[in-house]
Design a protein around this ligand. Sequence first.
Ligand code: BGC
Length: 389
Amino acid sequence: MSKQKTHVWGIIIFLLGLGALLLACNKEAGAPPKGEKNVAKAQTAIGDPFGQLPDGTAVELYTLTNPKGMKARIMTYGGTLVSLEVPDRNGALGDIVLGYDSLDGYLQASPYFGSTVGRYANRIGRGRFKLKGVEYTLAANNGPNHLHGGLKGFDKVVWKATPFEEKSARGVKFEYLSTDGEEGYPGNLACSVIYTLTDDNEMRLDYRAVTDKPTPVNLTHHSYFNLAGQGAGDILGHELVIKADTFTPVDEGLIPTGEIKPVKGSAMDFNAAQLIGSRIGLVPGGYDHNYVLSRAGRGMESAAEVFEPASRRVMDVLTTEPGLQFYSGNFLDGTITGKSGKVYRKHCGFCLETQHFPDSPNKPGFPSTILDPGKTYETHTIYKFSTRK
Ligand code: BGC
């Protein structure tokens, strides 16, 4: 070998050795501790202090961002989505969920803005149900009925948060242990909801729960969306598709009658795109109904699509759940001043809550919501954002 060649080989070996050394150092200093997948490196899931409960419990706010600029902020109180910034057709970001700028608003009066709802989303008639011969009485917080988990539902507790980073996504896992007897429910229920923001502008929600006694479980997400931007007037001009041929009619207390009724030929039919406002006058009180989704199987399927003509934002809702509550913000009445001083009037936000049907524990004809020990409750929902030309 010539002198020159030996020299080149020497340099190559030196560089390889240096590379290996740097890699080893990086492993020691930069690698996250076992179990905390990439958290140390995650610049896109950051927890910040967001205030305190009256008893001093600290509340944190996590910020998730993706390379397209989409940004979600979620707090440990109620596993609540506080803001969701989504690009419009021109790429301009707008916060498209209603809520408050600070924790105080949520503590004072929140109609479940952005909440994680449980142990049972929506209503259980008279707050009672029978399970294996035993009658259970739940907290009544909506006239005689039980709504969204009771007086202190999952929206009003502080969840434990663990941020994580994946290849094309980042998120936060929220965990909460609901103890036996809480709000009247049987069994210790260990639950989690994972919020994931993907690079494809999807906000993905994965729910899991296990119990040590049979109990009803029905978890959902309660954002009030306005795709024109929170506070930008009402949502009556949004175009909506709901993939459902039937719905569950309700009595005057909004408890399902048990009937499953076709939507065809009525103001309830959203199989073809309709403006939310075009027939709302025909629905006493406005839309606040559970749709029975037209599903092909049990996997993740498209449930609804919403389009807002001014921003040209589109939201697709996909889920593994059998039902979807469409609520047109009927009880918003201008008494709440939310983010950036915006006053929230009637119909200025809508909710699309993926769920099992309301009052299922008292409706043997509805799909069961009872979780047994040894089984895992698991549901998935995606809110996916895009724009139209
Ligand atoms: C229900 C409404 C209720 C609202 C609470 C919705 O999920 O369907 O009836 O008023 O939540 O803010």
